[in-house]
Design a protein around this ligand. Structure first.
Ligand code: ADP
Ligand code: ZN
Length: 607
């Protein structure tokens, strides 16, 4: 059924007018039989880079994907385009596996999705030898590397593909890889003869916002209510207990919030994930156990109640928002307590010391991002070796923080840490600086210290901000036991000795609802008129109804962006409909009339 021409497939099967960025060169490169490594941000359009070549080349495209639980969704999505695809994995019955294998052998499949474990089985390799293979695509290729948090040992064994199937092109894809990870991917998958395609890292539709933890729950709630009333989103928490607490609390506030963490029975986890994918307006409250491979395109916000592990993790987790390219929000709060937890995790892990050191440095880089006075996007992109102008789409661009000369304040804080013995946490240190009358202080005799009461020019919140920044600037370090005691770093001692000037962010009382509320592009569905909005809502209900009947995620039928284009473009016939981005031939046949009908009756009503 498919034409061999990549551009034609893009237009007829996918319903898109043009390739994006490097898609076309990647596709042509693979069709020419060559290997490729593709580094492209989430939502950049990686799947087309292997799907289209697999459709153009004779034989079946074999896609290695790490998560069995999500394979079915990927398959449903391509089947909706009229592509013939199947999975082969351990969750299937023997009968199902047999049928899929038969389809592979007889050349009836365009795409087959397998886990790395399955691919490595002798009988599967035998099957591969019996089939014509268009290409091997290795998705989430960063799983090859020990540096990332998604390390999968089986991925490293995929090197056998190069040896056993030297003439079949291999394409490895990922959205996250620093230099060390990139090298690992190229080495283990033997891609050194191939070409590396690095698209920019920027996710221009994502808004970044980071603040301190004060009032976090209420702030999160008003953020949701004000900007994401009926949207789907993810709320990340560091611990299972916090996940449970937050999910319960949000449910009590009238939200549909579902928990997800590794301590839950797997059937319950699977059920919650399924609801998140198939329903609208669901909030998933989760640990980082949730998210890899989730390709729900209309996740409108990602919130972090705690600081993640490093910038890669932050970028990967926030990157799950807005895959469809429509505006999306990220929101994060953090505290020095979180930093202590993360340091504790690093130290109690079983990595060798050299890796632990790198992990601490990576955490420092994330703290730098949290406390920066520059554009967040610039800091993020520079971390990945990319660059941009101040973006005007992050909190620091919109509300540029003022700085003040904090040299003296920092000296006071550091000397207070020193004189109290480098073992107390921020709350206690602030009490000493403010000269509080507390039994604990008297018990330790700290009311006699020269630093007792020397900090009254600032209030508690201001001192908290100073301490946070001193940690972020690596002048102070949180101890690794997880209790939050602070001590002075080598850099901190140097600072005291050389009396270097230090500029810090001025503390600003959090003004709720300030950021972005009245800015254009804030709401996803920025429709011109109420009538268009109403039509969009009707189209959305139709989509939900169809999805429910078919038991598939709604965004697999049409993305939000496609429905938006229908609501504003108001296609009047089949040709108009086919011209809408995201409406290909098969989807037109399956769903086109259902949606045309709604648009037409809406048109009649408004005349
Ligand atoms: P990734 O795997 O890189 O996160 P996807 O392959 O899921 O991204 O693509 C993200 C979204 O962009 C999908 O909705 C996809 O259909 C859409 N898309 C991909 N390529 C194009 C294109 N050339 N034109 C329009 N939309 C595209
Ligand atoms: Zn910015």
């Amino acid at each position: 059924m498919h034409s061999n021409n990549a551009k034609q497939i893009l237009q007829q099967t996918y319903g898109y007018d043009d390739f994006r960025g490097e898609q076309e060169s990647i596709i042509n490169h693979v069709i020419a039989g060559k290997n490729a490594f593709v580094l492209m941000p989430t939502g950049g359009g990686k799947s087309l880079c292997y799907q289209i070549p697999a459709l153009c080349l004779p034989g079946v495209g074999v896609i290695v994907s790490p998560l069995i639980a999500l394979m079915q969704n990927q398959i449903t999505a391509v089947q909706e385009l009229g592509i013939s695809a199947a999975a082969i994995n351990s969750s299937m019955s023997g009968e199902e596996v047999y049928r899929a294998k038969q389809a592979m052998r007889s050349g009836d499949l365009d795409l087959v999705y397998v886990s790395p474990e399955r691919l490595l089985m002798p009988d599967f390799i035998e099957l591969l030898n019996d089939c014509q293979i268009a290409l091997f695509a290795i998705d989430e290729a960063h799983c090859v590397s020990q540096w990332g948090h998604d390390f999968r040992p089986e991925y490293q064994q995929l090197s056998f593909l190069a040896e056993q199937f030297p003439s079949v092109p291999r394409i490895a894809l990922t959205a996250t890889a620093d230099n060390a990870t990139r090298e690992d991917i190229v080495n283990h998958l033997q891609l050194n003869q191939g070409k590396t395609f690095v698209a920019g890292f920027d996710r221009p539709n994502i808004f970044y916002q980071i603040s301190d933890i004060t009032g976090a729950k209420q702030n999160l709630l008003s953020f949701m209510n004000m900007q994401h009333n009926n949207d789907s989103g993810i709320v990340y928490c560091l611990s299972r207990r916090k996940v449970e607490d937050m999910a319960t609390w949000l449910s009590g506030q009238g939200k549909t919030a579902l928990p997800y963490h590794a301590g839950m029975p797997s059937s319950q986890r699977a059920k919650n994930q399924d609801r998140f994918l198939k329903e609208e307006s669901i909030i998933m409250v989760a640990t980082i156990a949730f998210g890899m491979g989730i390709d729900k395109s209309n996740v409108r916000f990602v919130a972090h109640m705690n600081i993640p592990k490093n910038i890669e993790a932050y970028y990967q987790e926030t990157g799950r928002a807005g895959r469809d390219g429509l505006p999306a929000n990220t929101w994060m709060v953090y505290s020095v307590g979180d930093v202590a937890m993360q340091r504790h995790f690093i130290e109690s892990g079983d990595s060798p010391d050299a890796i632990k050191r790198v992990e601490h440095q990576k955490l420092n880089a994330l703290l730098g991002l949290c406390e920066t006075t520059r554009c967040r996007r610039q800091v993020l992109l520079e971390y990945f070796g990319d660059a941009c102008k101040p973006c005007n789409n992050c909190d620091t661009c919109i509300n540029t923080p003022s700085v003040f000369n904090a040299t003296v304040a920092a000296q006071k804080a550091l000397s207070c840490v020193y004189r109290t013995g480098q073992r107390f946490g921020i709350a206690y240190l602030i009490e000493v600086l403010l000269g509080k009358d507390s039994p604990r202080i008297r018990q330790f005799g700290h009311d006699d210290l020269s630093t007792f009461g020397i900090g009254v020019e600032f209030n508690k919140a201001e001192w908290q901000s100073v301490f946070r920044q001193l940690v972020a600037h690596n002048l102070l370090i949180v101890d690794i036991t997880g209790h939050g005691g602070l001590s002075i770093t080598t850099q901190g001692r140097l600072f005291l000795k050389e009396k270097t000037e230090l500029l810090l962010r001025e503390y600003k009382k959090p003004e709720r609802k300030k950021v972005r509320e009245s800015k254009p592009g804030n709401k996803t569905t920025q429709l011109n008129s109420e009538a268009d909005q109403e039509l969009f809502d009707q189209l959305r209900s139709k989509r939900f109804e169809l999805a429910k009947t078919l038991n598939i995620p709604p965004y697999v039928i049409f993305h939000d962006s496609t429905l938006l284009a229908m609501a504003t473009g108001k296609p009047a016939n089949e040709d108009d409909m086919l011209a809408i981005s995201g409406v290909g031939q098969v989807k037109m046949q399956r769903y086109g009339l259902d949606f045309l009908e709604i648009i037409q009756s809406d048109n009649l009503n408004s005349h």
